[in-house]
Design a protein around this ligand. Structure first.
Ligand SMILES: C[S@@+](CC[C@H](N)C(=O)[O-])C[C@H]1O[C@@H](n2cnc3c(N)ncnc32)[C@H](O)[C@@H]1O
Length: 387
């Protein structure tokens, strides 16, 4: 009987570790990998367009975003080693965010459409359909996991102490990659499995539920990770709770001030009021006095203190781990470039905003059509994209 995947996992991990050890040893040797600069594309000074610069125009001190062509295992080795000839210092421990959207072991080939402009005004552009990449693996999931393991270890080496990694997968291999990532990054650094509803199409398979989501495994290098909460608009049911309007026209709602667990009476408008039985007032006397001075406390008809919560002070609904508000790229979207597995820019925008800060360096080692690089550049973040 062939060995099961579970039986093979320890071997995959042991072999992956050996491979990484060899790679890391080579880094300090003389025959380390270097990058070759092919082309500089510089934003023009006023950012109104692009111009192609010469190598001599470029100061080696400045940070430049890079699009690197090659197998990411080799690219990561070069990044770890650093490359003085192209002005790149070692990137070990320097990346604050890595987003990866690797193949999913979907056993499919993916294509992309390339539009070549017509040579005359009358000529229509030529659209070529081209092979993009194959997601078929010789020994199935085992080969896939063998490919992923050493790459994930090198990514960990590249991450900064405040860094995070998101690996975008689905039901094909997501659960197996999670086991590898627990081993590499530590279970304690697993932050979320984000469920992204990637399609609005109603699947009509009557034998099971429609598979309409991808899973993003989010880990950090340590507990000191960068994280900025994101907000979306509240649902209309929530907004309708703000059913009162003050004299200046601002919408608000009244929220009781008590919370679970017994506590003492506090003074409201010069009168001591007990909290309901077994409850306490959620704020200190100092806070309550401040709220009263700002006209934020109201006594209801039965004398219970409530606090005014204004709608315009609400940042919105905090984004949770289920993302159903990011639509797939529609057929006529401006960002659509007809790359088979292109991801929406807004998805990357949310990840970049959540897990990086200004001056953070961001990388995507399975860049495909380059969505991460495009978004990072638009947001003025530093980016490394491998393709
Ligand atoms: C799912 S696509 C990424 C799509 C991308 N997120 C986008 O928005 O277009 C996966 C990409 O990983 C690339 N890839 C697969 N194996 C790779 C490897 N070993 N090194 C570098 N790139 C690889 C494929 O060629 C493909 O471009």
């Amino acid at each position: 009987m062939p060995e099961s995947l579970i039986d093979q996992l320890p071997k995959i991990v042991a072999e992956g570790k050996k491979e990484v050890e060899k790679i890391l040893e080579r880094l300090s040797g003389s025959n380390r990998l270097t990058l070759q600069t092919n082309e500089y594309v510089l934003p023009s000074k006023d950012k109104s367009g692009l111009y192609r610069g010469q190598m001599k125009d470029i100061s080696e001190q400045e940070w430049h975003n890079r699009l690197i062509y090659g197998d990411n295992l080799l690219v990561m080795q070069a990044l770890l080693a650093g490359d003085p000839t192209t002005g790149l210092p070692s990137m070990r421990g320097k990346l604050d965010l890595i987003y990866n959207d690797p193949p999913f072991d979907s056993k499919a080939d993916y294509r992309t459409k390339i539009t070549l402009p017509g040579t005359t005004i009358e000529q229509k552009p030529t659209v070529l359909e081209q092979f993009a990449y194959s997601d078929t693996w010789k020994d199935g999931t085992v080969s896939y996991l063998r490919m992923m393991y050493p790459r994930l270890v090198l990514m960990r080496e590249l991450l900064s102490e405040q860094g995070s990694i998101y690996v975008h997968l689905d039901w094909h291999v997501g659960h197996y990659v999670k086991v590898l990532m627990d081993e590499i990054f530590g279970k304690e650094n697993f932050q979320n499995e984000i469920i992204w509803q990637r399609t609005r199409v109603q699947h009509t398979d009557s034998n099971r539920f429609g598979n309409i989501h991808d899973s993003l495994l989010y880990y950090s290098k340590s507990k000191d990770r960068i994280f900025n909460s994101q907000f979306t608009e509240h649902k209309s049911e929530y907004v309708s709770r703000y059913n009162k309007t003050d004299e200046s026209g601002r919408k608000y709602r009244l929220v009781p001030l008590d919370a679970a667990g017994a506590g003492p009476a506090r003074a409201f408008f010069g009168k001591m009021i007990d909290p309901p039985k077994g409850r306490h007032w959620a704020y200190s006397q100092e806070n309550i006095d401040e709220f009263i001075s700002k006209s934020l406390i109201v006594l209801t008809s039965n004398g219970t203190p409530n606090i005014k919560m204004y709608y315009d002070e609400n940042k919105g609904a905090v984004v949770q781990s289920i993302w159903s508000d990011i639509a797939p790229i529609n057929a006529v979207a401006k960002e659509r470039i007809n790359y088979g597995t292109q991801k929406p820019e807004i998805l990357l925008e949310r990840i970049i905003k959540s897990s990086s800060n200004e001056n953070s360096i961001i990388a995507d080692f399975f860049s495909g059509s380059g969505t991460t690089g495009v978004v990072a550049e638009k947001m003025d973040a530093g980016g490394l994209c491998q393709t």
